[in-house]
Design a protein around this ligand. Structure first.
Ligand code: APR
Ligand code: PHB
Length: 397
């Protein structure tokens, strides 16, 4: 067994794990990142693409702001459409803040490049990752790579290994509370090298189900439609998918939809999930390992970045100023923001999707809520504040 030593062992090289290792490096804290996939696989995953201003600030502080600054698109609003009416949520006018459209795929590549430039220690294609003695002062992580077994001894373990990773499973059942809602639909997404149908994002409720018109750049579009849970992507030819996108966006928007071959096409399940116990002994969870939001609020990556900025600040105080306050407060402070963001993502999901089993009363409530939003600046402001991103608390108290 080969022995390795570091201050923080990080499991998972998604945005959460990569950003954490980069922020720790900048304050002189060592880390080793373990990832079960290859680097091209991690860099090739297509995910969401809307960054809160706070997220952009953290990424810039992490030293990965340059390409984001050049290539990210600043959006000062987005639209909700329903019943042939469209309501623009004027983020900038209502909150003074904007969002940046820049794919998570690009964020991941930038973080990966920054870690490589700093000679960060990352191990790809590892297997059998196991966490040990997290309740003691001397935790460790074992893993195999290329047939060789390794053990990392460390001061802390950061579980950044997504929803299916092993970290959360180490927390005993009686020490955690898991809250979950699985929705009866998925999102079928298509990425295509065609210009977007609008300058800003459009979230559409239609009688045929939800649709979202999004983008990555002036020449690349990203569309989603609500589909039945468990549906097979092979059943959706590109022609059928484009027809459905146009039908759900309505005739006005549909006339601006440019179609083209898919660069990527896939179905994602939709779920709300929170693990209440983001810490157990010397194990700290961050990102999708601890929570999942439905994508309707564009919050998945932003929440992960929020967790990581809290955790990096707490580790900095612990290692560089012997201050344990941040680590003690981490779970409570992070969860406060996570629950509010869960509520927003759940509200947007309920507002815009077609629920097969909803009765006529529930449908009327949905329409009345939309009507209310379309005519109330107060309601639009509340949506804008959440969409632009809730403020961060001071983790150190
Ligand atoms: N060993 C090592 N690595 C693992 C293991 C394991 N047993 N299990 C999972 N991983 C890796 C995954 O391969 C993945 O690269 O952990 C990483 C987790 O990354 P993400 O799933 O991207 O999660 P996170 O970094 O928290 O990012 C949150 O990304 O998934 C989206 O919607 C999500 O936008 C959100 C953001
Ligand atoms: C995306 O562009 O992939 C995207 C945008 C907004 C969302 C979800 C996904 O709410």
């Amino acid at each position: 067994m080969e022995g390795l030593k570091t201050q923080v062992a990080i499991i998972g090289a998604g945005p959460a794990g990569l950003l954490l290792s980069q922020l720790l490096h900048l304050v002189g804290i060592s880390s080793i990142v373990l990832e079960r996939q290859t680097r091209p696989h991690v860099e090739g995953r297509v995910r969401a693409g809307v960054l809160e201003q706070g997220t952009v600030e953290v990424l810039t502080r992490a030293g990965v702001g340059a390409r984001l600054e050049n290539e990210g698109q600043r959006h000062s609003g987005f639209s909700i459409s329903a019943n042939s009416k469209t309501c623009r949520i004027a983020l900038e006018d209502l909150t003074g803040r904007h969002v940046t459209v820049y794919g998570q795929t690009e964020v991941t590549k930038d973080l990966m490049a920054a870690r490589a430039a700093a000679d960060g220690e990352l191990h790809f294609e590892v297997s059998n990752v196991e966490l040990h003695d997290v309740e003691s002062d001397a935790p460790s992580v074992t893993f195999s790579k290329g047939g060789v077994s390794h053990r990392i001894t460390c001061s802390f373990i950061a579980g950044c290994d997504g929803f299916h990773g092993p970290s959360r499973q180490v927390i005993p059942r009686e020490r955690k509370l898991e809250h979950e809602r699985v929705y009866p639909f998925g999102w079928l997404g298509i990425l295509a090298d065609v210009p977007p149908c609008d300058e800003e994002l459009v979230y559409a409720r239609s009688a045929y189900g939800f649709a979202l018109a999004s983008m990555r750049s002036a020449t690349q579009s990203r569309y989603y439609i609500q589909c039945r849970a468990g549906e097979n992507v092979a059943d959706w030819s590109e022609d059928r998918l484009w027809d459905e996108i146009r039908r759900r966006l309505g005739p006005d928007m549909a006339s601006h939809v440019v179609t083209g071959p898919a660069v990527e096409k896939g179905i994602a399940p939709i779920r709300s999930f929170v693990c209440e116990a983001m810490q157990h002994g010397r194990l700290f969870l961050a990102g999708d390992a601890a929570h999942i939001v439905p994508p309707t609020g564009a919050k998945g990556l932003n929440l992960a970045v929020g967790d990581v900025q809290y955790l990096a600040t707490a580790f900095d105080a612990y290692f560089n100023a012997s201050n344990e306050a941040g680590l003690k407060r981490y779970a409570d402070v992070a969860l406060q923001r996570i629950w509010k963001t869960q509520r927003f993502s759940w509200m947007m999901t309920n507002l815009l999707h077609d629920f097969d089993d909803s009765d006529s009363f529930t449908q009327r409530m949905q329409l009345a809520e939309l009507d209310d939003i379309f005519s109330s600046t107060a309601k639009q402001t509340a949506i804008a504040e959440n969409y632009a991103g809730l403020p961060y608390d001071n983790i150190l108290g």
